[in-house]
Design a protein. Structure first.
Length: 264
């Protein structure tokens, strides 16, 4: 097992040879040990923005304005391309809010995400982000909305903001108080992640890592919580301006491996 100082040096070495722009945070929530690089740089969020949508959803569930067992019918007009499975299933499928939240995170389902955005309201999601103190995060458009993108509306976040969301899931916050039951439901969803080709790829198989990925051309992100015997370790890796997305995936792989040297 390496000490935290030694993994900092290894992460810096990876950053120095990285082709592209990156932001990295590694924080042991139990000890406060911290490494940060480009923490407050804004990145195209890709599907990392879905963590903010999940946060607003569970804020409303906590207030009992929405119930996880509430049902919504998925209609033809809800279907968009990109990641997910709902677009390929029969129309008029009757799903719960919890189903939509789970699909949004573990399969990055864009149909589920857009339905939740409509249910919660884009302004409400952005207001909660601001209340929490996240300065670089904005939900400017729904998933696969090319017209909005052409008009300059897009989705952004930073490593520091992503850390704040994950800390809220773990520890709640003064601004957004989540019950331990709500936190457990959120963490359970993150632990069911099916997209595991980035940070966890080279981690030992017995490791528990709850996380969310995101990607676009030139962008490869992964962020989550590693539950280990030395503490709950939050890892955030955001990348942009990649000449080859494979390099971004490999960078995530290497950071994940380095962090497990510290906690395994």
């Amino acid at each position: 097992m390496s000490n935290f100082a030694s993994i900092k040096d290894k992460i810096i070495s990876e950053i120095e040879k990285f082709e592209g722009n990156c932001g990295v945070i590694v924080k042991n929530e139990n000890t406060g040990e911290y490494f940060g690089y480009n923490e407050e740089v804004a990145f195209p969020s890709a599907s990392i923005i879905k963590l903010s949508i999940l946060l607003e959803l569970f804020k409303r569930i906590e207030k009992r304005e929405i119930n996880l067992e509430d049902r919504i019918v998925v209609k033809d007009e809800d279907k968009v391309g990109g990641f997910g499975i709902l677009k390929d299933l029969d129309s008029n499928l009757n799903v719960t809010i919890k189903d939509l939240a789970t699909l949004m995170i573990i399969l990055s389902d864009n149909v589920a995400t857009n339905i939740l955005i409509d249910t919660l309201g884009m302004d409400s999601i952005n207001n909660t982000v601001k209340e929490l103190g996240m300065k670089d995060t904005v939900l400017g458009r729904k998933m696969m909305d090319g017209e909005a993108k052409k008009m300059g509306r897009d989705n952004y976040t930073s490593p520091k903001d992503t850390l704040m969301i994950l800390e809220c899931y773990l520890n709640s916050s003064d601004v957004l108080k989540l019950s331990s039951n709500t936190q457990n439901v959120i963490l359970d969803i993150l632990k069911k992640q099916q997209c595991n080709n980035k940070l966890p790829l080279l981690m030992p198989k017995e490791i528990t890592f709850g996380h969310k990925t995101g990607d676009l051309p030139g962008v490869e992100h992964d962020a989550g919580i590693l539950f280990s015997k030395v503490g709950n370790i939050i890892i955030v890796v955001l990348t942009k301006e990649l000449k080859d997305n494979a390099h971004g995936v490999e960078f995530n792989n290497n950071i994940g491996k380095i962090v497990t040297e510290y906690c395994c």
